[in-house]
Write a protein that binds this ligand. Structure first.
Ligand code: BGC
Length: 247
């Protein structure tokens, strides 16, 4: 069954029709910029543009860049604070007339990688990190998701790790790939020290350029780029709406 998957990120809102069971995009992606400030009203307008673009009337799965429990937004690192306590499923549902399933964006991307990508068939502890505007995390044990982990917010040098190590910081500070990779390395060392994952999958926009930084990493753990690249968030969100989330 086709489902509309939407990935709401700190910078862009992307949507595509997805074959829920096969994990494949059924056509082109459509993208709008994430509005600033990213309030419930402005983000809902962006979501409406995506739904209207596809002339879609069915179920929608959406990844959202915050902790989301039963549709309710609990944090707001890269979106407007007025989201906290609001129900994203109800807001997008009312704005579009479509039934929405909303989950954390990194959890959505992680589920897609585990089902259809680099984590397929992998047991044990697997950590998926999406490095983009922020850093998102999805933790799996024997393929089961522990939802809403926030390892991008581990404190390093008095700051949230994502404030030193996200892809946005690399471009804003014009860090060379090598200098940025040393930050990523220090961050992964810390995460690995606490979690001892057997595999770390690096997703987000930077996964396309993995040859620029993966060779510089020294962490004693298998590290691979995401296979679904930047489409994992859309595919995982669609799969969640199709009943595969486990939430
Ligand atoms: C948020 C996470 C989100 C990540 C990636 C972080 O700032 O706290 O919930 O998954 O950004 O968008």
């Amino acid at each position: 069954m086709a489902v509309l998957g939407i990935d709401i990120g700190g910078t862009g809102i992307k949507g595509a029709l997805v074959d829920g069971s096969g994990g494949e995009l059924l056509g082109e992606r459509f993208r709008v910029r994430t509005p600033r400030p990213a309030t419930p009203e402005t983000v809902a307008e962006g979501v409406v543009r995506i739904v209207e673009h596809f002339d879609w009337k069915g179920p929608v799965g959406a990844g959202f860049p915050a902790v989301v429990r039963q549709g309710q937004v609990c944090t707001a690192a890269n979106i407007d604070d007025s989201w906290i306590g609001r129900n994203a499923e109800a807001i997008f549902g009312a704005a579009t007339g479509c039934p929405f399933s909303v989950l954390n964006d990194a959890d959505a991307a992680g589920m897609a990688e585990m089902r259809f990508g680099a984590g397929r068939g992998r047991s044990g502890v697997v950590l998926v990190l999406t490095i983009g505007t922020g850093i998102g995390s999805a933790l799996f044990t024997d393929g089961r998701l522990v939802p809403n982990t926030e390892f991008g917010h581990i404190e390093m040098d008095g700051k949230a790790a994502e404030e030193r190590t996200s892809a946005r910081v690399r471009t804003r500070r014009q860090l060379s790939w090598k200098r940025w990779a040393s930050r990523v390395d220090a961050y992964l060392q810390r995460v690995a020290f606490y979690l001892w994952p057997e595999l770390i999958i690096i997703g987000g926009g930077v996964s396309k350029r993995h040859e620029k930084f993966l060779p510089h990493l020294t962490v004693d753990c298998e590290i691979v780029p995401a296979r679904l690249r930047n489409e994992a968030g859309i595919i995982g969100a669609a799969a969640a709406a199709d009943g595969g989330s486990g939430h």
